[in-house]
Design a protein around this ligand. Structure first.
Ligand code: FAD
Ligand code: EPU
Length: 339
């Protein structure tokens, strides 16, 4: 495997943030990954992991070795009672997997269509959309410990999934390379039409006549009208997470803003769409220092001029401050920072 010096990562992140790293490699199998870990250890180089770069904020200069796993393969492991267990290489593109499932008449991940990035990154923030999350179909993953070289298995509980959360964003951040993910798909359609925008798309339809293909095409249409294509307008999808607030704070805000959308959570908590908060704070469609807040979805910061990560952070801080001032709600940034 080649270790390449001084690599430009500008086209390897969907926000088009200008960035270079000291060293770069793209392992295609487990042995390549062991080689990369040994190489970095010998030279005392820090390791950072890059997937498709669709949820990242890259520093202008990244020190050490950037590893971009390219392990491929989708294999059926077992079939039991109509469920099909599949094992997928971390370097597979998530949308290729969604298409493979569609072609093989396997249900379970149709609501997660058109999420950019790789399969290996999907557990990191427990990707979610339209009422479904990765954890709903997740069985286990294989990952290599960057310190010890041990190959470890994490089941669903071990991953500590929650909304946009996993153990790999917390104490195990940049400590493991995920190499394979095992998912449980279903031969019979397991459709979830609970998300309001999706339910609306089928409002006049007989639900019994709706299959996976209709769900896929409805979600693709909704996404394409709202979200900018990163190949055309650089972006990282939602820039902030949707905040979860207490029932008390929700009731106080609801009295003042009766039209505020919300999703009730367990434990008397309420999730508020950050896009709505940002729009109320006057940022939808606004341009500042080269950063544009998307017209059709205020949760998306776009970077049409290819500004640096510092510029993006400065605009993000202004948005956070305006939302905090208006609603007393803090917005957490979703993309991961790598330096
Ligand atoms: P990267 O951005 O490259 O990396 C993300 C994190 O994962 C980093 O911390 C990285 O170090 C780590 N990582 C990557 N690969 C591995 C590995 N093999 N082992 C260990 N760590 C690894 N997300 C959603 O949840 N729902 C959405 O609906 C959604 N819509 C989006 C729409 C657009 C237009 C865009 C641009 C992004 C969207 N996202 C969404 C965010 C993004 O697509 C997901 O978070 C995706 O899983 C990131 O995958 P990636 O391969 O690009 O990871
Ligand atoms: N809204 C506004 N103004 C806006 C944007 C949204 O008022 O500018 C309102 C909408 O009218 C709607 C509500 O907010 O009532 C929710 O909007 P939407 O359905 O677009 O979803 P979201 O909460 O903004 C989340 C995820 C997306 C995911 C969609 C669909 C987060 C941070 N974002 O967005 O994920 O695709 O739901 O499930 O949870 C991503 O993570 O990158 C991402 C795109």
């Amino acid at each position: 495997m080649q270790f390449v010096a001084d690599v430009d990562l500008t086209t390897k992140n969907t926000l088009a943030v200008p960035s270079r790293c000291d060293w770069f490699c793209a392992p295609e199998n487990m042995d390549d990954i062991f080689e990369a870990i040994g190489w970095a250890k010998k030279r005392a180089q820090k390791i950072n992991i890059l997937g498709g770069g669709s949820n990242l904020l890259l520093a202008e200069k990244i020190s050490g070795l950037v590893i971009q796993p390219k392990i491929k393969g989708i294999d059926i492991l077992a079939e039991e009672y109509g469920d099909v267990l599949i094992r997928v290489g971390a370097g597979e593109i998530w949308e290729d997997l969604v298409n493979w499932a569609e072609q093989n008449s396997l249900s379970g991940i149709e609501n997660l269509t058109l999420i950019p990035g790789t399969v290996g990154a999907a557990p990191i923030q427990n990707i979610g959309a339209y009422g479904c999350e990765l954890k709903d179909v997740f069985e286990q993953l294989t990952a290599i410990n960057l310190e010890s070289g041990a190959v470890d298995i994490f089941d669903r509980e071990g991953c500590r999934f929650a909304y946009r959360e996993s153990i790999f964003k917390r104490e195990l951040d940049q400590k493991y390379i995920i190499t394979h993910v095992v998912l449980r798909l279903s031969r019979s359609p397991k459709l979830n039409l609970s998300y309001p925008a999706l339910a609306n798309a089928f409002v006049d339809r007989d639900i019994s006549q709706i299959g996976s293909k209709e769900v896929l095409s409805a979600i693709r249409q909704i996404r394409q009208t709202k979200l900018p294509d990163p190949k055309v307008i650089p972006n990282a999808g939602s820039f902030f997470q949707n905040p979860v607030i207490s029932q008390l704070q929700y009731e106080q805000l609801k009295a003042e803003y009766p039209l505020m959308p919300c999703y009730h959570q367990p434990n008397r908590q309420v999730k508020i769409p950050a896009g709505w908060l940002i729009e109320q704070a006057g940022w939808r469609g606004r341009q500042k220092n080269g950063i544009k807040i998307h017209e059709r979805q205020a949760l998306v910061l776009t970077n049409p001029e290819g500004c640096s990560v510092d510029v993006i952070y400065s605009v993000a801080r202004q948005i956070q401050s305006d939302v905090q001032g208006l609603f007393s709600i803090h917005l957490d940034i979703e993309p991961r920072y790598i330096s």
